[in-house]
Design a protein around this ligand. Structure first.
Ligand code: NDP
Length: 246
């Protein structure tokens, strides 16, 4: 028996970057995995194929994480396909780095709708199906606690919001054995935040380890929190940031 055998996980934004690594890692631990994506069906299909090639089960669902109906349908499709829902990973998110005074209302709405409102919508839909010992895991950010660079004002505000959302919700669902935790990555090499970009220089310098992290660094922590060994961890903000916030 693998540690997540008979468990079903839904990972939002699981077609690339951190979400794809989480989906593959949870599948390696034995979970059946549903991933959502917004725009790129080929990338999502590639993740599903890779999981299936390794003997796992996965499906990909197009669902904008900021769209309440799409998210509800994605949760229902996950339960209809795999029969239950044990682990929700709220990973879909984006940043639109620019100075706050140059930020447009559209930019603001996009970041808030996806990074914060979307997390609440998806969690709301998932909780209806989650039984004893469920896991709600949100990918926040180390900038949800401390901000080292300019240009991330709305982004860091949404990541601070999901931190308090997780803490608050942990108080409401703990009696069902459901844990709610917020994982706070530092700079991780993805399409959203490439280690080769000019913007990476200051982020790398702000770490204690003087390097970017890998998507698997985050996936390992998520897999631990999703598993039975972490049943007494809830309402926690777990940072995997190379020492950025040290
Ligand atoms: P990427 O941009 O590399 O990947 C984003 C993933 O989310 C893709 O699978 C994308 O699919 C999907 N996605 C994008 N928009 C939506 C949407 N509206 N609805 C559903 N899915 C969507 O991002 P990262 O992997 O870097 O980031 C993942 C999470 O980690 C985010 O919440 C981010 O804020 C957080 N984070 C990232 C850090 C980093 O340094 N990379 C640091 C700290 C936190 P598609 O291609 O179809 O759009």
């Amino acid at each position: 028996m693998s540690r997540l055998s008979n468990k079903v996980a839904l990972v939002t934004g699981g077609s690339r970057g951190i979400g794809a690594a989480i989906a593959k890692r949870l599948a390696t631990d034995g979970a059946n995995v549903a991933i959502t994506y917004a725009k790129n069906p080929d990338a999502a299909a590639a993740v599903v194929k890779e999981i299936e090639r390794s003997g796992g089960k996965a499906i990909a669902i197009q669902a904008d994480a900021a769209d309440a109906n799409a998210v509800k349908t994605a949760v229902e499709k996950t339960v209809a396909t795999f029969g239950r829902l044990d682990v929700l990973v709220n990973n879909a998110g984006t940043a639109i780095p620019k100075k706050f005074e140059e930020t447009t209302l559209e930019d603001l709405d996009r970041v808030i709708d996806l990074n914060f409102r979307g997390v609440m919508l998806t969690t709301h839909a998932a909780l209806k199906h989650m039984k004893e010992n469920g896991r709600i895991i949100t990918i926040g950010s180390c900038v949800g606690e401390r901000v080292m660079t300019p240009g991330l004002v709305p982004y860091s505000a949404t990541k601070g919001a999901v931190k308090m959302f997780s803490q608050g919700l942990s108080r409401e669902v703990g009696s069902r054995g459901i844990t709610v935790n917020n994982i706070q990555p530092g700079p991780i090499d993805t399409d959203l935040n490439p280690a080769s970009s000019e913007w990476a220089v200051s982020q790398k310098a702000a770490t204690a380890l003087n390097r970017y992290g890998r998507v698997d660094d985050v996936a390992e922590l998520v897999a631990f929190v999703a598993g039975p060994e972490a049943s007494y961890i809830t309402g926690a903000n777990l940072t995997v940031d190379g020492g950025t916030n040290a």
